[in-house]
Design a protein around this ligand. Structure first.
Ligand SMILES: *[C@@H]1O[C@H](CO)[C@@H](O)[C@H](O)[C@H]1NC(C)=O
Ligand SMILES: *[C@@H]1O[C@H](CO)[C@@H](O)[C@H](O)[C@H]1NC(C)=O
Length: 382
């Protein structure tokens, strides 16, 4: 009896899922995020940014480099998943429970659950600072912050991690030889990975094929047709640099017996403008990298050593940031200009911008009504 009723129900539920949202957009919404950096003096108010992302793009994840109260308030009731960041210089203090409790009380508690804070990053590329005080206190700070989260029961919804630059690897080519730098591997990364495993949190990395490419490897970095790179040890061929970087990290994790930990791409991107004579730095290349990046990490193809995986990925960055120091390219990683017009389009804009939210809700209501009617008819027949 149960079986007879369940079968049409299952069909209906399947139909419901298929009808309600285009599959491609659904997938992108789940996994593609942006880094919302604010080193600029010309950005729109956070409320406007949050509405824009919510109503006009498929982006459903945002990573901040701080815990800016105005931004946290702006994302309230948007449903967008928000990652906040404890700045590097607070890491030593964060090892004191009272400080960690205070940090949570000030920077998290006032905004949840209206703002969907899902992750707290402790520091950014801490090992790249070569600052022993910060590096030595990184994992203790994360552990103490976790205690403060558990005390407020926020640990059920909010996870703690920390993003790394790829300089944590001693070797990365070929990918099978990937290993962490000695010293850091046992004293920092192993305890960090134990923490991540215990708290079901991902290992986060910032791979930038852009910074590792030269004229010779531009096609490899930009997911264009190229001869590929053969890894003798695994007999696997790499057709793009991002896969090679991800697999080098995977090999390093495996060496320490942590290959079960999820890898999240906390930052990656490509600038649309550089200094005169800089190869591969233009709007077309930036569009090509980011568009193919999204397709690739979402495709479920995975990498040669991590087949069939998708990767939660945060593009750097949401905006061009005019106050960033360094060469021209640093100020031109944005998907959008400060007036929120796209620098280039990578398929993250919703087709009908102005009324997208309203239209979607309307058509959903209609298909729900239709399916409920079908369900009713089916049950009557039984
Ligand atoms: C955009 O989304 C917000 C909710 O985040 C909503 O209140 C607002 O009315 C929307 N604006 C437009 C122009 O659709
Ligand atoms: C990946 O997917 C393919 C096709 O569905 C399957 O044959 C293969 O066993 C999967 N590999 C892993 C490691 O899951």
């Amino acid at each position: 009896m149960e079986k007879v009723i369940n079968t049409p129900l299952a069909h209906l539920l399947g139909a419901l899922l298929i009808l309600l949202t285009p599959t491609f957009l659904q997938g992108v919404e789940g996994t593609i995020g942006v880094n919302y950096g604010t080193v600029a003096d010309n950005l729109p108010p956070p409320v406007q940014v949050a509405s824009f992302l919510r109503n006009s793009t498929v982006i459903r994840r945002v990573r901040l480099f701080d815990a800016n109260p105005e931004i946290l308030k702006a994302f309230a009731r948007t449903g967008i998943s928000v990652t906040v960041n404890v700045p590097n210089d607070l890491i030593p203090q964060l090892t004191e429970l009272s400080f960690a409790q205070q940090w949570v009380e000030t920077n998290v508690l006032p905004y949840v659950p209206a703002t969907n804070i899902v992750r707290i990053l402790v520091g950014n590329e801490v090992i790249s600072t070569a600052n022993k005080l910060l590096i030595g206190n990184l994992v203790p700070a994360m552990q103490t912050l976790q205690v403060a989260l558990v005390e407020t029961s926020l640990d059920r919804h909010i996870h703690i991690s920390t993003p790394h630059f790829l300089g944590i690897l001693l070797n990365s080519t070929p990918p099978s030889t990937g290993k962490f730098r000695p010293g850091y591997d046992i004293h920092v990364l192993k305890p960090l990975l134990e923490f991540l495993r215990a708290t079901n949190s991902p290992f986060m990395i910032n791979p930038y094929p852009f910074f590792d490419s030269s004229d010779d490897t531009l096609d490899y970095a930009l997911f264009r047709p190229n001869p590929g790179v053969f890894d003798e040890a695994t007999r696997l061929t790499y057709t793009n640099m991002l896969d090679a970087q991800l697999d080098a990290v995977f090999s390093a994790l495996k060496l320490l017996d942590f290959e079960d930990i999820d890898i999240v791409i906390a930052e990656t991107g490509w600038p649309s403008k550089g200094d005169p004579g800089q190869a591969g730095v233009d709007t077309g290349s930036a569009e090509e990298y980011n568009r193919k990046l999204i397709q690739h990490v979402m495709s479920g193809i995975g990498t040669p050593l991590m087949p069939n995986r998708t990767f939660e990925t945060y593009i750097f960055a949401l905006f061009n940031e005019d106050l960033k120091p360094g060469p021209t390219c640093e100020r031109n990683f944005g998907l959008f200009k400060p007036d929120m017009t796209p620098v280039y389009d990578i398929g993250i804009l919703r087709p009908i911008v102005a009324n997208a939210a309203a239209n979607t809700d309307h058509s959903r209501t209609k298909s729900r009504a239709y399916l409920l009617m079908l369900l009713f008819v089916c049950l009557m027949c039984l």
